[in-house]
Design a protein around this ligand. Structure first.
Ligand SMILES: [Fe+2]
Length: 307
């Protein structure tokens, strides 16, 4: 039995229904309780995660521990360097509590999470705790769609380029806080601004991904400064193309999982002075795979029940 057969049978056996939310990315998974997942149900979710890039789960009554356990099904969890609120005993948990006293979470810049790491995260699991009355959505952009949308001349031009990623915005944000200085120094020693391919290959779907972002990408190694800036501006702004986007409106008790290797996200700060509080766990990934120009890649297609 192939993996595809197994996943389709699992989907039928589990009763999970995959409802697509947009033409380029996004799916809502229905008929599933993330607090009680057997291996078959997780296999369906894991495949949908690659296929649809952003997964939405509504009416999930999870404890923080349930969320950590669900995130751990995807792999080892990361501890965020700059998390301000730590939950005792759960260092992997990141609390994103945005309110009048803490108005600046730096989430309103398009990015993939933590690409300043040599091995950026595989995925992020975000759960709604407190929502504003209006606003507070999360926007996504499919970077496979963004790559596909480039002209063949541009694809040729950027093939083989690499770009530097750094955590400069975080550093600048926290420089005024003396308690953060040892952390900043430690990170500078541990992960000195890695380079990643401008075009990566998604290791599971085989699709090419445009992998530069406004938050962390600083310059392209192989180009003079002016050309680097001009090209990066163009490439990073591909996220603004509405055709590549998905906008998720949060509801109470909702969980969203995104594939950090294939989408970028942006959380508009449009709800102040209301409060928005979310809990996040992040799954460890691998160094991005450079796309070899002209190398055909087998794309495994696996389908759950899709409406
Ligand atoms: Fe983020």
């Amino acid at each position: 039995m192939t993996i595809e057969d197994r996943v389709i049978r699992s989907a039928e056996a589990t009763g999970i229904v995959t409802h697509r939310l947009g033409p380029v990315c996004g799916a809502e998974m229905r008929g599933v309780d993330l607090a009680h997942l057997d291996d078959n149900a997780f296999a369906v979710i894991r495949q949908a995660f690659v296929d649809h890039q952003v997964l939405v789960f509504k009416d999930q009554h999870l404890t923080t521990e349930d969320q950590v356990a669900f995130g751990s099904r995807f792999g080892e969890l990361l501890v965020h360097h700059f998390a301000r609120i730590k939950r005792e005993g759960l260092p992997e948990l990141m609390v994103l509590d945005t309110n009048k006293e803490q108005p600046d979470p730096l989430t309103d810049i398009w990015h993939s999470d933590e690409t300043y790491r040599p091995a950026p995260p595989l995925a992020t699991v975000l759960r709604s705790k407190v929502l504003p009355e209006l606003g507070g959505d999360t926007m996504f952009a499919s970077m496979t769609a963004a790559y596909d949308g480039l002209s063949s001349r541009m694809k040729d031009h950027i093939a083989g380029l690499t770009a530097v990623h750094g955590f400069g915005r975080f550093r600048n944000r926290f420089l005024a806080d003396p308690s953060m200085l040892p952390i900043i120094h430690q990170i500078e020693l541990e992960i000195p601004n890695p380079s990643h391919p401008v075009v990566c290959v998604h290791p599971e779907s085989g699709r090419k991904v445009l992998f530069v972002n406004w938050h962390f990408t600083t310059h392209i190694n192989e180009l003079p400064e002016e050309e680097s800036r001009m090209l990066l501006d163009y490439l990073r702004n591909r996220v603004l193309q509405p055709e590549y986007q998905l906008r998720v409106r949060w509801e109470p008790n909702m969980v969203v999982v995104w594939d950090n290797r294939s989408v970028q996200h942006y959380a508009p700060k449009d709800y102040f002075p209301d409060r928005r509080s979310m809990e996040r766990v992040t799954i460890a990934g691998h160094p991005p795979t450079p796309a070899e120009p002209g190398t055909p890649i087998e794309i495994p297609r696996v389908g759950a029940r899709t409406l």
